[in-house]
Design a protein around this ligand. Structure first.
Ligand code: NAI
Ligand code: MG
Length: 333
């Protein structure tokens, strides 16, 4: 059995609650895992003076994979930065994978099996911002590079080929953002012919937002730039049950960080109401990344069975606590 070193980053709010559930479940699987824990977020800032201490970065670098909970953004602290955005940029976690599949409960629409492959390091999230005219004119730069676009588009086509998908939808707004989205689009048109077994289609982002609601079953792999991917993946998550089940992975060539899409939900913290499933499905994605497909599948099946039986938290219409959902899943393992 291969040993895997897992770095756990609980963070703030409900982050520690959901990461604790994931650790409980991972220990029940037939795996040889070694856990390490790191500090991140507002709590880390208060304790250690940084939301992303150097020690945490080196723990992530030396782990085989990292599972992250969520962090709270404090109001207006000069010099404070978003540790997750910094993490994605520092470790070049260039691909954000956000799968979205129909789930066996009434709040999920049927027939959905798509994945949003979102560029994760540039675009309007590059952090190049300034104000002019005494604060009356604000500018954020949208930066798109050939290098990052090639990497993410290739990742999307490779993933489609490896996962048995037939179609890649390239989402952009090149009719208006001619330079930035135009470059992204041109690169997609260059790369697509190298994958003759996959169909490439293009879609404008506003059309895509509409089509996701109208007929989500038409989509397989969606590849897009950072901001569009952020919004479209949150939208897609609502088609199958919302933030309590939305999961993701940030993949780079030297590190990978898996996380629920939701934030720290401060209003839920301490109430035992946080849905742990988004984090558990993030753990499934992490196990697949570690080539532990059999145990990943076991965990996915146990989660699906728990949802099917309605043994879920309030957000999915159930009345179980965070811990009870975990116990229900562990029983099925
Ligand atoms: P949020 O995702 O924390 O909460 C949005 C809504 O979803 C709330 O109604 C919340 O109760 C519900 N929700 C979230 N996770 C849930 C779960 N596991 N089970 C059941 N319900 C759940 O987003 P919000 O309220 O906009 O932000 C709260 C804090 O989280 C802010 O400080 C924000 O900056 C931060 N945030 C952090 C993220 C991260 O760490 N990656 C991502 C998004 C927000
Ligand atoms: Mg988001």
């Amino acid at each position: 059995m291969t040993n895997h070193r897992i770095c756990l980053l609980p963070g703030d709010g409900i982050g520690p609650e959901v990461i604790k559930q994931a650790a409980r479940v991972l220990q029940v699987l037939k795996l040889d895992l070694t856990f390490e824990q790191g500090e991140i977020g507002f709590g880390a800032y208060q304790k250690l003076g940084s939301p992303l201490p150097e020690e945490t970065l080196s723990k992530i670098r030396s782990a085989d994979a990292t599972l992250f909970g969520a962090v709270t953004t404090p109001p207006n602290i000069p010099g404070y930065f978003s540790p997750i955005i910094r993490l994605r940029q520092t470790l070049d976690l260039y691909a954000n994978l956000r799968p979205c599949q129909s789930l066996p409960h009434s709040a999920s629409r049927p027939g959905i099996n798509l994945i949003v492959v979102r560029e994760n390091t540039e675009d309007l999230y590059s952090g190049v911002e300034r104000v002019e005219d005494n604060g009356n004119r604000a500018i954020s730069e949208m930066i798109i590079t050939r290098k990052a676009s090639e990497k993410i588009i290739r990742k999307a086509f490779d993933l489609a080929a490896a996962s048995g998908y037939k179609k890649v939808t390239v989402v952009h707004k090149a009719n208006v953002l001619r330079e930035t989205c135009g470059l992204f689009r041109r690169i997609a048109l260059e790369i697509a012919p190298q994958y003759p077994n996959l169909q490439m289609e293009e879609m404008l982002v506003d059309t895509c937002a509409m089509e996701l609601v109208r007929d989500p079953g038409q989509f397989e792999v969606i590849v897009t730039t950072n901001l569009f991917g952020d919004i479209l993946s949150d939208e897609a998550s609502m088609l199958v049950g919302g933030l309590g089940v939305a999961y993701s992975g940030n993949i780079g060539s030297e590190a990978a960080v898996f996380e629920p899409v939701h934030g720290s939900a401060p209003k839920l913290a301490g109430l035992h109401k946080a849905n742990p499933i988004a984090t558990l499905l993030s753990a499934v994605l992490m196990l697949e990344y570690l080539d532990e497909f059999e145990q990943a599948n076991r965990l996915r099946q146990a989660v699906m069975e728990t949802i099917r039986l309605g043994q879920v938290t309030e957000d999915l219409g159930g009345n179980l606590s965070t811990e009870q959902v975990t116990e229900s899943i562990i029983n099925k393992l």
